[in-house]
Write a protein that binds this ligand. Structure first.
Ligand code: UDP
Ligand code: MG
Length: 316
């Protein structure tokens, strides 16, 4: 591993944020340069289809603090952040969104807490502005359910906007899982953790890169990565349904052989077979999620492919 030469690295995943880049760069520079002159801004271009890459190249040409890592295609937000962490050389590393929903002006406050001796300082949302009620409601419930079914304390209402110490970055690099759920992994790693409250802003320009399908995949990665409870539910449900089936079989046999009643029970057959079919498919789906996870890890493909970069380290 190369020596870590920076005080602060800022990691910013970028997916179609061309219009935000200039403001983002200016506000980040204002906040971070007030803390130290020894910093770097690492933009990870996650296969943007707009002008993000040429604009990043322009920023990098004009400002020696700017580095970019350009992926060969869209690999997803969590992987973009992971790549940024691989390249970061800072003693303290800030992870922040590129759409200015996370205000860069909070970084000095995160840094102050870090200097008090916390290895993880996460920004917790007091309010969320400009997001649909659906997103707010699903996010709220997701964090609360996750908290219930996992054994680790993942803070609620907290995204990836946070400052982490070099120690934590190095621990993250030692976690080889392919399905990344960084906020869970960081909670799992431990160390001293503190929260700073903030108000999440509206996205400056553009639209969300997290449509429902991506949100669902992300939620499943969080659950399957940090909880075995769904598997236990499947086992319990299977057990209860087997017990119930046993009673029904007894009843069927008695009515046939003892009471000599042959029931013309179309409705009961339809209802029970639909019910059982549903439960079985759902259970298979849950098991499939875990099998898929195993499969990804067995395939052991690289997490991302870098097409070009001006970063000085090779990332690994
Ligand atoms: N992002 C990314 N790859 C993706 C989707 C999003 O790198 O496939 C970046 C995006 O540019 C932003 C951050 O991840 O910096 C958060 O994404 P977004 O704002 O779209 O999500 P939301 O805030 O709506 O949950
Ligand atoms: Mg956003």
């Amino acid at each position: 591993m190369e020596q870590n030469v920076m005080d602060i690295s800022v990691v910013i995943p970028i997916y179609n944020e061309a219009e935000n880049l200039e403001t983002l760069h200016r506000r980040l520079t204002e906040s971070v340069s007030a803390l130290t002159a020894d910093y770097e801004l690492i933009f990870v271009n996650d296969g943007s289809r707009d002008d993000s890459l040429p604009r990043l190249r322009m920023l990098a040409a004009a400002d020696p603090h700017v580095f970019y890592v350009n992926f060969s295609r869209n690999f997803g937000h969590q992987i973009a952040v992971t790549a940024g962490l691989d390249y970061a050389r800072g003693q303290a590393v800030v992870i922040i969104d590129g759409d200015l929903q996370d205000p860069p002006e909070l970084i000095p406050e995160l840094y102050r807490k870090y200097r008090e001796g916390y290895e993880v300082v996460y920004a917790q949302r007091e309010k969320r502005k400009g997001e649909s009620w659906f997103k707010k409601a699903t996010a709220k419930w997701f964090y609360r359910i996750l908290r219930r079914i996992t054994n680790i304390q993942i803070p609620v209402d907290t995204g990836d906007f946070r400052l982490i110490d070099r120690k934590v970055v190095d621990c993250l690099k030692r976690m080889p899982e392919k399905n990344k759920f960084l906020r869970g992994q960081i909670a799992w790693i431990g160390f001293r953790q503190a929260a700073v409250m903030f108000e999440r802003q509206e996205r400056l320009h553009g639209k969300t890169g997290y449509p429902f399908a991506k949100m669902l995949k992300f939620a499943l990665d969080g659950i399957t990565g940090f909880s075995d409870k769904p598997l236990a539910w499947v086992t319990k449900a299977g057990f209860c349904i087997s017990a119930l089936s046993f009673v029904i079989i007894l009843y069927a046999l008695c009515s046939h052989f003892i009471f000599k009643q042959t029931v013309s029970g179309w409705t009961s057959i339809i209802v029970s077979s639909m019910f059982l079919g549903g439960i079985q498919l759902f259970s298979l789906g849950i098991i499939g999620e875990y099998v898929n996870r195993i499969n990804k890890n067995v395939l052991n493909r690289p997490l991302y492919i870098v097409e070009s970069t001006n970063a000085e380290t090779d990332g690994f």
